[in-house]
Design a protein around this ligand. Structure first.
Ligand code: ATP
Ligand code: MG
Length: 735
């Protein structure tokens, strides 16, 4: 009899068939992990008869979740609607919407993003009398708070973590505490709170039991990137039935900087002694050359266990490497190659440009525009982060949750109502006195001494909000939106960039209309949750024929025929400082592995000899060390229009050729710079730096070399010993 599982290979099938008990699928990129778990779910529902309501599938991005659900729908039809396939954050919101009252939050809590966090912290600092220009940016503070939260370090635990004798730490603790109080008072949660509070819910035996009964079968994709809270959540829910299937690849763990713990996957067999482990070794995605290049690179990670991945696909083209003189030249190269591919019959939607940081997209965007290539950028300044969109969403959020004083502050003067600091303080006083929210305090506006015109404006605002609030249940989201826009005369009030902003508002209206068409019963609360949880890759629609630009981090789990990896320069990628610990370099290398393995047919790598870094021209850019770590036979150095100039430029060619396995200039290759090694002006760093020499470091001052080996040296400075990569030595040391 035929089965859904016939479309899997033998190994994949074994993993998909084992429904009861813990299962670990550990395998390299493109080996069909995601496909296996998707088919497994379809098999469970369609062929075993397990209710989709009892299945929980967790993935890393909204896009991945949506794809998995679409795939499942194609395999099993409408029953897939009852599956919960979501990200950890969406799943947390789902739990909190049912049970948040048990931990002291109203069900209609609002969700704050980084922007909200920043403006709350700015206000706290101001209230505390801390100067704005104290060098501590609210964004940094928000980041630190989130990190602490996700490590389970709340205010109470903070004292154990940081030295409270230091005034700056005491100040930070105070800000952290106030920040938490504000969120709680506003009935709001930030992204870390979502995870943290959902995890906290599970300590409640009543809740835990219900959730364990509901989700008897759990699947987690990209398990290597779970953090400790996520790990605890999964394992607490799975504790009763132990039907947990996790999937991942330790070589693709790229979120350590956000607290991901690679040990979660490495210890799975220890956590579940009876675990059934499957390794998948056949790659279905990439050509041999691409696969080989990825494998060669990742071998350099000591932490990598090494995997055998094979494919019976074609050899494929060599990886093209291009050394640009400038970032514009680099963008030109990419655009030209894309046009060539297009002429040969490829579609723009099958091409992507990946980069390490969002800032790299600007120049690429310029060139794509002028070349008339349709493109879309994911990440960076996102649609829902724009001022006009946030303003309107702030109105909606305040209507959803009238305790949300933060959003009250955001819109009380948008459009301008001439409400000054003094007036706000007075409203705050009334709110405190009566223990009500700022919005509710406006009910008593007649008792507050303010100018007549301001009073009128505030009354109008209050009546508008009250009016909508009292008929919230009956109104559709679009009606609420219209009411706000018309009554506040928001559009009239826009001064700068009017055309763009109006277009964005129109776009918001379109999306609301579309969403309501698909979900006519959606409440305002559900709508806001959905918006808050949408992420960078969310708007990606595959059928649209445009080139996609994104960071490597957001490309996780995706695949494209043609991948252009831009900005492969030391310092940018790997993006680490010279003395960064080995683990950081390894994380960057895993990121590079992820980038390479996104490509199905062809991979193009480019780097530029000059680039602006923090507003300054850096003309001494060097190719990424990762390029040298790839098997050189698989690479093809393609010349550009500046190829003939290459020998004249002094810098990137002036370094360290004599190191084993690290030699772009060996005779038999024309080298990255299209020039033979003999004519390089190389400084042989190996002999330049000797044990005992004294060197001067830009940051650490004078130091003595203690050890030199093939790739690095150890120098003793006042601040302690530092390891310095030889390739970087010339740049940061003076003899
Ligand atoms: P990543 O590590 O990047 O997340 P993955 O291991 O999850 O990769 P998938 O995305 O599931 O891999 O699969 C990679 C590609 O190979 C997909 O296009 C998938 O459809 C295809 N594929 C996987 N297994 C098979 C198979 N048995 N038969 C045909 N195609 C397959
Ligand atoms: Mg996958």
């Amino acid at each position: 009899m035929s089965s859904i599982l016939d479309e899997l290979n033998e190994e994949q099938r074994k993993a998909a068939e084992k429904i009861e008990g813990p299962v670990l699928i550990l395998a390299g990129a493109g080996s069909g992990k995601t496909r296996t778990v998707t088919y497994r779910i379809a098999h469970m529902v369609k062929e075993i008869g397990i209710s989709p309501l009892n299945i929980l599938a967790l993935t890393f991005t909204n896009k991945a979740a949506r794809e998995m659900k679409e795939r499942a729908t194609a395999l099993i039809g409408h029953e897939a609607n009852n599956l919960v396939v979501s990200t950890f954050h969406s799943f947390s919101v789902r739990l909190l919407k049912t049970y948040s009252e048990r931990i002291g939050y109203g069900r209609n809590f609002n969700i704050y993003d980084v922007d909200d966090q920043k403006s709350i912290i700015t206000k706290i600092k101001k209230d505390m009398g801390i100067k704005d220009n104290d060098g501590v940016q609210p964004g940094k503070l928000a980041n630190r708070i989130s990190k602490l939260k996700e490590q389970g370090i709340g205010i109470k635990e903070l004292e154990r973590e940081i030295d409270m004798r230091i005034p700056a730490n005491r100040l930070f603790a105070e800000i952290y505490q106030k920040y938490d109080e504000v969120l709680k008072a506003n009935n709001a949660m930030d992204f870390s709170d979502l995870l943290l509070n959902a995890r906290k819910l599970l300590d409640d035996a009543f809740v835990l039991e219900r959730i364990q009964e509901r989700y008897q079968y759990i699947v987690v994709d990209e398990y290597q990137d779970t953090n400790d809270i996520q790990y605890e959540m999964i394992n607490m829910i799975a504790a009763k039935y132990r039907n947990i299937c996790v999937v991942g690849d330790e070589d693709q763990s790229i979120y350590a900087f956000r607290g991901a713990n690679i040990n979660n996957i490495l210890n799975f067999e220890r956590d579940y002694k009876e675990a059934f482990t499957v390794k998948l070794e056949r790659n279905y995605r990439s050509t041999k050359k691409i696969l080989d290049t990825a494998n060669e690179l990742i071998k350099n990670n000591k932490s990598s266990k090494g995997k055998t991945l094979w494919t019976d696909g074609s050899d494929g083209e060599k990886i093209k490497i291009y050394n640009a003189m400038t970032v514009y030249d680099e963008a030109d190269f990419i655009v030209t190659e894309m046009k060539k591919k297009k002429r040969d019959g490829a579609d723009y939607k099958d091409m992507t440009i990946l980069y390490r940081t969002n800032a790299q997209s600007r120049v690429l965007e310029e060139k794509l525009l002028s070349a008339n290539i349709p493109y879309k950028i994911y990440g960076g300044m996102q649609f829902f982060q724009r001022k006009e969109i946030k303003d309107i969403l702030a109105y909606l959020s305040l209507l959803n949750n009238k305790n949300d004083n933060h959003n009250f502050y955001r819109i009380i003067n948008v459009p301008k109502r001439s409400v000054g600091e003094k007036t706000l303080e007075k409203i705050q006083e009334v709110a405190n006195e009566k223990n009500i929210s700022m919005l509710e305090a406006l009910h008593y506006i007649d008792e507050i001494p303010v100018r007549a015109s301001t009073k009128l404006a505030l009354k109008e605002f209050y009546n508008l909000m009250q009016g909508i609030y009292s008929s919230l249940e009956e109104m559709s989201i679009k009606e609420i939106f219209d009411e706000i826009l018309i009554k506040t005369r928001y559009i009239d009030s826009i001064e700068d960039n009017k055309e763009d902003r109006v277009r964005n508002i129109e776009e918001l209206l379109n999306s609301i209309t579309e969403i309501e068409k698909q979900n006519p019963s959606m409440t305002l609360n559900e709508y806001l949750d959905m918006i808050s949880l949408s992420s960078a890759t969310d708007e990606m629609e595959d059928d649209e024929n445009y080139v996609k630009l994104m960071t490597i981090h957001s490309s996780k789990g995706l695949e494209f025929d043609y991948v252009f990896l831009a900005g492969m320069e030391d310092g940018l990628f790997p993006s680490i400082s010279f003395d960064a610990p080995e683990e950081e370099l390894e994380e960057e290398r895993r990121l590079c592995y992820v980038a390479i393995t996104r490509a199905k047919k062809e991979l193009f790598i480019s780097y530029s000899s000059s680039r602006k870094i923090w507003g300054k021209d850096d003309n001494l850019r060097r190719p990424s060390r990762f390029i040298y770590e790839m098997k050189q036979d698989n690479l093809e150095y393609v010349g550009g229009k500046y190829a003939s100039l290459k020998g004249q430029s002094s810098s990137p060619r002036s370094f360290t050729p004599k190191i084993e396995n690290f030699n772009p200039f060996s005779k038999d290759k024309l080298g990255i710079f299209g020039k033979k090694s003999g004519s390089q002006t190389t400084s042989n760093v190996n002999s330049k730096y000797k044990v005992g020499d004294v060197v001067n470091h830009k940051k650490f001052g004078r130091g003595k070399i203690k050890k030199v080996d093939a790739k690095s040296m150890v120098v003793e400075f006042m601040v302690g010993e530092k390891k310095i990569a030889l390739v970087l030595a010339d740049k940061i040391l003076e003899k």
